[in-house]
Design a protein around this ligand. Structure first.
Ligand SMILES: C[S@@+](CC[C@H](N)C(=O)[O-])C[C@H]1O[C@@H](n2cnc3c(N)ncnc32)[C@H](O)[C@@H]1O
Length: 392
């Protein structure tokens, strides 16, 4: 199936089943599909923790589970299947000076990404490269000079030092990737971008086309980090209107989270759901109303202190006495329900992500590039494992 056919088939499936994935169970007691499919809702709510984790960690198993209830969903399996680029395994592992300051998982991701990039025949531009770990590795493995771009001057300085120590031909430019000037660096270069967020990778795509970049290898990330409140597809056939909350859906995947991170994630969600109830009770605010992200460091507070701090930030007066244990228990109960009802929403997580990737791939193809879409590693290394590779 070519890119356009798959793009349209996914779009059609997403449109037909929008009532399952557009409403977020976090914001409502029960999404409407629960009324239409009460048995499915009851079955989801009865799953134990291990089953919820297993389904959440495996998109194929999740679609399989949903297709038992709604056979039409089985079509999604073929639509999310992508080739995995297998590492030839003959490259030297990153070690010594090259690996300095690279955290373990990042090192494995950089390694897998570098192995996925085929022949590099032009000078390299690393887009939003942070300390330039990927660029440093590519500089050591090719005979091409590397320019790494990032807007954080400290990261650029640290990257320069790491490059010097590793004796590689890599330099840094401190620039804002969202400004038109930044894209001038793309002319005649081979652009690489590991985990570039929403607007940053969209600026890369548009800039690469405008500047006729020779090649581009990209793994997109954080699709919801955009200035626009509603996503504008890059292709005229694209009709999905996606809000920022919906763009968040593809990255709700926590495949690489350990037990401690999962515990903290569950606590954060339970406390936020409890706060939504408190806010409704004390200020009459609807549960659909969102609030700014809550700093993760606040989770070390007691539940009461956390609620009071957030209420103060949100301008909500809290009485001196309140039944905090009952409110926390309510939050925990809601969190269990939200995790289970969200499984149905998560069925569409990978299909939506692949539709977004196809939107990018098609855009490049239409600008004259030969484009491949694949996975550059297994999702246990990073669930953001899509790889868009384009050559002029
Ligand atoms: C998710 S990190 C990816 C870093 C690197 N590619 C990696 O995988 O380690 C995003 C990087 O984008 C940089 N960044 C964010 N906004 C930017 C902007 N407007 N212009 C340039 N760089 C930006 C950040 O400083 C950060 O280093």
């Amino acid at each position: 199936m070519d890119f356009l056919a798959r793009y349209l088939a996914l779009q059609d499936a997403l449109n037909r089943h929008a009532s399952f994935w557009r409403p977020a169970p976090f914001h409502m007691a029960r999404p409407d599909w629960c009324v239409q499919y009460p048995d499915w809702a009851a079955q989801a709510l009865a799953l134990n923790d291990a089953e919820v984790e297993r389904l959440n960690a495996d998109n194929v198993a999740l679609i399989d589970w949903a297709a038992h209830r709604l056979p039409a969903l089985a079509e999604l399996q073929a639509l999310i299947e992508l080739p995995r680029i297998e590492s030839p395994g003959d490259a030297e592992p990153v070690s010594g000076q090259l690996a300095w300051a690279m955290p373990g998982r990042k090192q494995a991701q950089v390694e897998a990404f570098a192995e996925a990039v085929d022949a590099i025949e032009n000078p390299i531009l690393e887009w939003c490269g942070g300390k330039g770990h990927l660029g440093r590795l590519l500089a050591s493995r090719t005979n091409q000079p590397v320019l790494s771009l990032d807007y954080d001057a400290t990261l650029c300085r640290e990257g320069e030092l790491l490059a010097e120590r590793a004796h590689v031909d890599q330099h840094f430019v401190c620039a804002d990737a969202l400004q038109p000037d930044a894209t001038h660096h793309l002319a005649g270069r081979h652009a690489v971008a590991l985990h570039a967020c929403g607007d940053l990778h969209l600026a890369l795509l548009r800039g690469a086309v405008r500047q006729h970049a020779a090649a581009l290898d990209l793994s997109p990330c954080c699709y919801y980090r955009t200035v626009d409140a509603v996503y504008r597809p890059l292709n005229p056939e694209g009709t999905l209107q996606l809000t920022r909350d919906e763009l968040h859906l593809p990255v709700t995947d926590t495949a690489t989270a350990g037990a401690r991170d999962r515990r903290l994630r569950d606590r954060a969600m339970a406390w936020k759901l409890a706060f939504v109830r408190l806010r409704e009770e004390l200020a009459g605010l609807s549960s659909a109303r969102t609030f700014k992200p809550v700093p993760a460091s606040w989770l070390s507070l007691s539940f009461e202190a956390w609620c009071r701090k957030l209420a103060a930030r949100e301008g909500i007066a809290v009485p001196a006495h309140y039944d905090w244990p009952a409110l926390e228990a309510f939050g925990r109960q809601r969190q269990r329900e939200v995790m289970r009802l969200s499984l149905v929403r998560h069925v569409f997580r990978r299909p939506l992500e692949i539709w977004l990737a196809l939107d990018r791939a098609l855009f490049l193809e239409r600008a004259g590039y030969r484009v491949r879409l694949a996975e550059f590693c297994g999702r246990e290394l990073t669930p953001r494992n899509l790889f868009i590779s384009a050559r002029l």
